[in-house]
Design a protein around this ligand. Structure first.
Ligand code: HOZ
Length: 437
C-alpha cells in the first residue's frame, strides 16, 4: 500500500472488463448514475478495497480517496472500531425485524446532539428519510404543497426529483420520465437564496404550503452555502404561514459538527433528515424533529411509514461506533485537514491563472471553475464542467480520486494525513497548468 500519493496511472484492464460485463447486466454498468464517469469520461474504477485514506481498484492501483463514499466515512475506510462493531453485530444476527437496545442509543445520540430533534425514526437511505419526512409534514399540516430549491437533492423519490441536483444535474436531465405530473404537481421549485421567490411561492398558494425543504448547505450542485440570514428567513416565513421547515442534513449532518447545520447556523427547523455519516458507511438513515410532529407517525399517529431493515442492527452498530468517536477534537482535526486542502487547491488554481471558486462550509467544499462565487443552480450550471472533467482526469491518473462530477462535494476524512493532503495539492499544482485555455 502506498502511503501518500496513489499510483492511478497503472493499468485499468480489470476495471474495463468489469465495466463491460456490468453494462450487460446493470443499466449503465452502475447502481447509481454518477459512478458511471459519463460526465468526466473514462472507465469507472471498480473498487476492490478501502483502507484509511486509500482505495485500491481491481487492477491494484491505489488512490487517495476524496469521495469517502460520498460523505459518510469521516473516519476513513475500514476504521477498526467501526469494522469491529459491525463484525460483532453480525455475529449476533444480521436482522431481527424487532426493536433493539442499540436503536434506542442511536436515537438518543441524535436527539442529544441536534437541537430541536426530540424524536427519531430510522430508515435505510437518505431518499427514504426525506420522502418520509415530507409525508409526515403533509399529514401533520393537512396541506399538500412542498417548496424545494433548484439544484437541491433530496433523493430520488417522485415528489422531490424536480430540478434536482446530484446525478440529475450531472446528466443535465430535465425531469425524470416516470415521475407523473400528479406526483410533481404539488412541488414548487424556487431558486436557492431567492427570498422573493420564496415569498411569491407562499403568496401564490392560498391553501397553504405544508413544508419548505432545503439542504441547509446545498451540496449536490457543488457546495453552495446559504446567503447570510437566508435560513433564518426560511424559519421566519414558515412560522408565519404555519408551514413546517425540513433541513435535509444527509450531507451536513454530523459533518459540519455534531449538531450539523442546525447547530452551525443556529436555526432550528421542525424536521431534519439524516443519512451518510450516521450510518458509518452502512445503509442507515433517519429523520427526526419536534415531538408533536413526530408523534403523528404510526403506530402513535395516523401517518404510515415502515421498513423491515429500518434500524438494522449491523448498520446501527457501525453508525454508533463512528458517532462515538466524533468529538470536538475530531471535528477540529477534520477542519484542519479541509483548510489545508482548500488553501492548497485554491493556490494551485490561482498560481496557474485558472479562474476557480472553492466554496466551503467547515470541512465541506467543492470546486467550480467559474469567475464569480456561485450562489444558485443557474450559476452552478454555468461553471465550466468540461474543465472540471479535465481536472478530474488529471488527478485520477496521478492517483487522486475526486467526485466524478463538478456537482458533487469533495470530502476529507480523519484518515487523511498531512502527507496525503500535500501530495494531492502537489498533484493539483501539476494539473492546473493543463487547465488553462
Ligand atoms: N447522489 C450521491 C451523491 N450525492 C451519489 C451516490 C452514489 O453514486 O453512490
Amino acid at each position: 500500500m502506498t502511503t501518500a500519493a496513489g499510483d492511478g496511472e497503472g493499468e485499468t484492464e480489470s476495471s474495463q472488463d468489469l465495466f463491460a460485463r456490468a453494462q450487460r447486466v446493470i443499466p449503465g454498468g452502475v447502481n447509481s448514475p454518477v459512478r458511471a464517469f459519463r460526465s468526466v469520461g473514462g472507465t469507472p474504477r471498480f473498487i476492490a478495497s478501502g483502507s484509511g485514506s486509500h482505495l485500491t481498484d481491481a487492477d491494484g492501483n491505489h488512490y487517495l480517496d476524496y469521495v469517502c463514499s460520498w460523505g459518510p466515512l469521516i473516519l476513513g475506510h475500514a476504521h477498526p472500531d467501526v469494522a469491529a462493531a459491525a463484525k460483532a453485530a453480525v455475529d449476533r444476527g444480521s436482522s431481527y425485524g424487532a426493536p433493539t437496545a442499540a436503536e434506542v442509543e442511536f436515537a438518543e445520540t441524535i436527539t442529544e446532539a441536534v437541537p430541536g430533534v426530540d424524536m427519531v425514526r430510522c430508515v435505510s437511505s437518505g431518499t427514504e428519510a426525506a420522502m418520509s419526512a415530507i409525508r409526515l409534514a403533509r399529514g401533520a399540516t393537512g396541506r399538500d404543497k412542498v417548496v424545494k430549491f433548484a439544484g437541491h437533492y433530496h433523493g430520488h423519490s417522485d415528489a422531490l426529483l424536480a430540478s434536482a441536483g446530484s446525478g440529475v444535474a450531472t446528466f443535465g436531465l430535465p425531469d425524470s420520465p416516470g415521475v407523473t405530473a400528479g406526483a410533481a404537481a404539488d412541488t414548487i421549485v424556487v431558486g436557492w437564496n431567492d427570498r422573493s421567490g420564496v415569498e411569491r411561492a407562499f403568496a401564490q398558494e392560498p391553501e397553504g404550503v405544508a413544508l419548505v425543504v432545503c439542504e441547509p448547505v446545498a451540496a449536490n450542485m457543488g457546495v453552495v452555502p446559504p446567503d447570510p440570514g437566508f435560513l433564518e428567513f426560511l424559519r421566519e416565513i414558515t412560522v408565519r404561514h404555519g408551514s413546517l421547515l425540513l433541513f435535509d442534513e444527509v450531507m451536513t449532518g454530523f459533518r459540519l459538527g455534531r449538531g450539523g447545520a442546525v447547530a452551525h447556523f443556529g436555526v432550528t427547523p421542525d424536521l431534519v433528515a439524516f443519512g451518510k455519516v450516521v450510518g458509518g458507511g452502512f445503509p442507515l438513515a433517519a429523520f427526526g424533529g419536534r415531538a408533536d410532529v413526530m408523534r403523528q407517525l404510526a403506530p402513535e399517529g395516523p401517518v404510515y411509514q415502515a421498513g423491515t431493515l429500518s434500524g438494522n442492527p449491523v448498520a446501527v452498530a457501525a453508525g454508533l461506533a463512528q458517532l462515538r468517536l466524533l468529538d470536538d477534537a475530531a471535528y477540529a482535526g477534520l477542519q484542519r485537514r479541509a483548510d489545508r486542502l482548500i488553501r492548497g487547491l485554491s493556490d494551485a488554481f490561482s498560481g496557474a491563472g485558472v479562474a476557480a471558486q472553492v466554496p466551503h462550509v467547515n470541512s465541506m467544499f467543492s470546486v467550480f471553475f467559474a469567475d464569480e462565487p456561485v450562489r444558485d443552480y443557474d450559476a452552478a450550471k454555468a461553471a465550466d464542467h468540461g474543465r472540471y472533467a479535465r481536472f478530474f482526469q488529471g488527478m485520477l491518473t496521478r492517483g487522486h480520486y475526486l467526485p466524478a462530477s463538478g456537482y458533487e462535494a469533495v470530502f476529507v476524512s480523519l484518515a487523511h494525513s498531512e502527507a496525503d493532503l500535500d501530495a494531492t495539492i502537489a498533484a493539483a499544482k501539476d494539473v492546473a497548468p493543463e487547465l488553462v485555455a
